[in-house]
Design a protein around this ligand. Structure first.
Ligand code: ADP
Length: 394
């Protein structure tokens, strides 16, 4: 069985083609700058990588070229080999609690929920429509970023604001990165050999969220109504006092969306360090004695620590903490500091085991009160697995 996982953005389309017999990636790639000058695609397959500039007026062009290339590069012999297409979808509000077969209703809902994910939901629809046209008879499945978090109870998902904001306008915590947190939850269950686990899943990349999981179900998560909430991130502030927004509007003569833009794009590691949103640069700066980089590192690791500690209490103790995504998988000093910050809970990291990047590994000492793991996330595979389960009629 071969399945394509698709992640369509407003001007990009990422794909991975899986052989689901062994879950191997046959080919993967990216179509960039769709609808813009200098559009191009990159396709990786059999240790080869090709990159070419081509005009891409819309997502339909990208899908057409993708399918042509899969055949002309002999990655597949015919389009009939593609059994299913899984789409990463961002916002399903509280309607979509799990993955679904894509129907007209799903497409209409994505557009109806546009105000909740203005950049992503319309882009997801462009991706769906392009594949519907190119492969009209192939099963398509939608996998929502928000779905895994739908098991939160109202104590977790409601904000202490006028109830009518929730009732009339859907103001509540939705959570994001759900596909990654679900993948981590399933992987750690396999790794430990137990389903009834209390897990704190730390997806820490350029964007980041922490999720408390009990027996495979989300109990609470750090992102909120939008992905701006929760921990400090590469360029996002995470949680701040909302009164700052009106104060800075007055001081700087900005409007609300301009201030929100600064909270999304100029804050976090970048905002505090005045240098970079990339943890590698922050650690390098810190090692050279840059005080602002040290401050950014201290604040970042403190924010992550605080959420882990909060969820440790919420879960009434934890069995496992898992680090994943760009920083979680690769930043040795980041994991070390967070675990050291948690030492009062009896959490102990083994420096030798922590010397790992991008592979599944237990990094806690044998006498740690909580197991700590690094597990590389794989949202594309999770999307392909969900698509496969519909194909099998599960
Ligand atoms: P996104 O949220 O965009 O998917 P990623 O999960 O790819 O982001 O994470 C990207 C971030 O991960 C980078 O900005 C950087 O801070 C961090 N990162 C990636 N590789 C390393 C590394 N080798 N060491 C430290 N940090 C890393």
């Amino acid at each position: 069985m071969k399945i394509i996982s698709i992640n369509a953005g407003s001007s990009s389309l990422k794909f991975s083609l899986f052989n689901m017999d062994d879950e191997s990636v046959i080919a993967s790639g990216l179509f960039e700058r769709i609808g813009l000058e200098g559009s191009c695609y990159t396709i990786k397959f059999h240790d080869e990588k090709i990159k070419e500039e081509v005009p891409l007026e819309n997502h339909g062009d990208a899908v057409k070229i993708l399918l042509e290339k899969l055949i002309s590069l002999e990655i597949i012999k015919s389009l009939d080999e593609i059994n299913g297409v899984g789409h990463r979808l961002v916002h399903g509000k509280d309607k979509y609690k799990e993955s679904v077969v894509i129907t007209d209703e799903v497409v209409n809902d994505l557009l109806e929920f546009k105000a909740f994910a203005p950049l992503h939901n319309p882009a997801n629809v462009l991706g769906i429509n392009a594949f519907r046209e190119a492969l009209p008879n192939v099963l398509m499945v939608g996998v929502f970023d928000t779905a895994f978090h739908q098991t939160m109870d109202e104590v977790s998902y409601l904000y202490p604001v006028p109830y009518s904001w929730y009732q009339d306008h859907g103001v509540r915590k939705y959570g994001f990165h759900g596909t990654s947190h679900r993948y981590i939850s399933e992987m750690i269950q396999k790794e430990v050999g137990k389903k009834d686990l209390k897990v704190i899943s730390c997806h820490v990349g350029n964007g980041g969220s922490i999720t408390a999981i009990k027996d495979g179900k989300c109990i609470d998560t750090s992102m909120g109504f939008t992905p701006l909430a929760g921990i400090m991130m590469g360029t996002r502030s995470g949680d701040v006092d909302p009164s700052i927004i009106t104060y800075v509007m007055e001081q700087e003569g900005l409007n609300a969306s301009e201030v929100l833009d600064e909270l999304n794009k100029k804050s976090g590691l970048l905002g505090l360090s005045l240098k970079s949103s990339d943890m590698r640069d922050i650690v390098a700066g810190m090692e050279e004695g840059d005080e602002k980089c040290k401050l950014a590192f201290d604040k970042y690791t403190r924010c992550v620590t605080n959420y882990i500690a909060q969820y440790y209490v919420l879960l009434n103790g934890a069995d496992v903490i898992v680090f994943t995504a760009g920083l979680g998988e690769n930043s040795i000093p980041f994991r070390k500091r967070v675990c050291e910050n948690l030492s009062s809970l009896g959490i102990k990291i083994d420096d030798e085991k922590n010397n790992v990047m991008g592979e599944i590994k237990k990094i806690s000492s044998d006498d740690s009160s909580v197991m700590v793991y690094v597990i590389p996330t794989d949202e594309e595979l999770m999307i392909a697995r969900d698509t496969l389960s519909f194909l099998k009629g599960a």
